[in-house]
Ligand binder design. Structure first.
Ligand code: UD1
Length: 419
């Protein structure tokens, strides 16, 4: 594969940023929004709540292109996020904090199970309770009430949670007094959210660290903010270069947030060099085996685990991959094995014995990152691979066929998109 791929805005930053529009009755404009199914689901949910959205075409920002959407939540009266919408995307739960903080009430369907593990939301609820919300669970819905507003508090998270940190941080911006969040997540998407909230008049300090201090304000104002680049999309296409022995330039990539992924790419034998417009990825020799353990940022992201697994299947030697964030995130393993991979799973660790090449097969996509790991394996496989249920990919990879196709991959969608 040879060519250039533009990296889009980060889905995992865009979703909470969109929910943040609920914190203000002033207009919010977000640019560099990726064109993805999950973004549409969040937009539908916001419209359901009474937010007025207007799509304002595309913009060019700092080398990125992406959609621009204006959000106006001044007329929100509906505070219920129904099952039909929340069950499509668990991240919908990030509307809970903003709704209860600004409108004093929120009723959000419990998201239900997920392919990669049970993924409870107890920490989101405990944090909001600390801020003074009364929480009840009934008929599959969480109801949060704070008719007199929220109050600043000390929140100690027992484990690092991205979503719970986002909900707590957004709610605390409108709470009376100061909130301190201990053991907060410090993923770049959290920092992006905090920076955006600060442009709206919030006072959040400690971004990029495990302790956030938030001085509550009576109201927040308008903003015009560009979503950070997607580090997972970037890492995925960098692996596409390496796994195929290709040479790919990524534009719009934010090098400063790629730390652990780049460290492992370099250790696997992938060369990374600067170009005039971005970064270039190509493999120097054999793929080298690695030991990888997932952990909260700044350590190695669980969202890159499946893609590295595909790469390491072709390494010269034996690799180990340990998943510490989600209970059941090895669903790509049996599918990769259908393509000839040799992997032993023991508890949360996979031992990956390098093979020479993947064989073509018919496989099944199970979740977003698992699906893309199969695409990566298929790119490197001899022959033609069919991947079923690819709708998972549309949740997180914008125009994947076009982006890979432009670099020489032969990839096409043979049946219609699932809605
Ligand atoms: C976010 C990302 C997801 C990424 C994950 C970990 C979005 C939209 N999704 O998911 O792509 O894989 O971070 O980096 O940004 N947990 C609890 N109780 C809670 C909340 C979480 O026990 O109330 C557990 C989870 O089950 C999991 C761990 O904490 O084992 C981390 O989950 P969390 O960081 O909350 O992930 P998400 O925010 O759901």
């Amino acid at each position: 594969m040879h060519g250039t791929i533009p990296v889009g805005g980060a889905k995992n930053a865009a979703l909470p940023l969109m929910a943040a529009c609920l914190l203000t009755d002033k207009k919010m404009t977000l640019s560099n929004l990726p064109h993805l199914m999950d973004i549409t689901t969040m937009a539908n949910l916001l419209v359901h709540l009474g937010v007025r959205l207007s799509l304002d075409g595309c913009s060019e920002f700092d080398g990125h292109t992406g959609r621009v959407i204006e959000f106006d939540a001044s007329g929100v009266t509906n505070t219920t996020a129904p099952y039909e919408l929340v069950s499509k995307m668990r991240a919908s739960v990030v509307v809970l904090g903003p709704l209860v903080a600004r409108l004093g009430h929120a009723k959000v369907s419990l998201p239900g199970g997920c392919a990669i593990g049970p993924r409870p939301i107890n920490l989101h609820l405990q944090a909001l309770e600390k801020l003074g919300a009364q929480i009840t669970l009934e008929h599959g819905y969480i109801e949060a009430k704070a008719p007199k507003g929220l109050k600043g508090a000390e929140i100690h998270f027992p484990i690092v949670s991205v979503g719970a940190t986002e909900n707590a941080m957004m709610a605390a911006t409108l709470a009376e007094g100061t909130t301190v969040i201990h053991n907060a997540a410090c993923e770049p998407e959290i920092t992006d959210l905090g920076q955006c909230l600060n442009t709206m008049g919030a006072e959040i300090s400690g971004l990029d660290t495990r302790t956030l201090v938030i001085k509550g304000k009576p109201s927040l104002g308008s903003t015009n903010y560009a979503v950070i680049a997607d580090r997972i999309e970037a890492g995925t296409y960098a692996i596409a270069a390496s796994i195929t022995g290709g040479d790919i330039e990524l534009t719009g990539i934010n090098e400063s947030i790629m730390g652990a992924t780049f460290e492992k790419l370099l250790a696997s034998g992938t060369e990374i060099s600067k170009t005039e417009t971005g970064l270039r990825f190509r493999r120097k020799g054999d793929i080298l085996p690695l030991d990888i353990e997932t952990a909260p940022y700044p350590l190695f992201a669980t969202d890159m685990q499946a893609q590295f697994m595909a790469l390491l299947c072709l390494a010269k030697g034996t690799s180990h991959l340990t998943e510490t964030i989600f209970e059941n995130r090895f669903m790509h393993v049996p599918e990769l094995m259908r393509m000839g991979a040799k992997i032993d799973v023991e508890g949360n660790t996979c031992t990956i014995y390098g093979i020479k090449a993947f064989k073509d097969a018919e496989v099944m996509a199970t979740d977003l990152r698992a699906s893309v790991s199969l695409v990566l394996a298929a790119l490197a496989a001899k022959g033609e691979t069919t991947i079923n249920r690819v709708y998972h990919i549309d949740r997180g990879y914008e125009s994947i066929e076009e982006k890979l196709g432009a670099c020489g991959a032969k990839i096409g969608r043979v049946r219609a998109l699932a809605t």
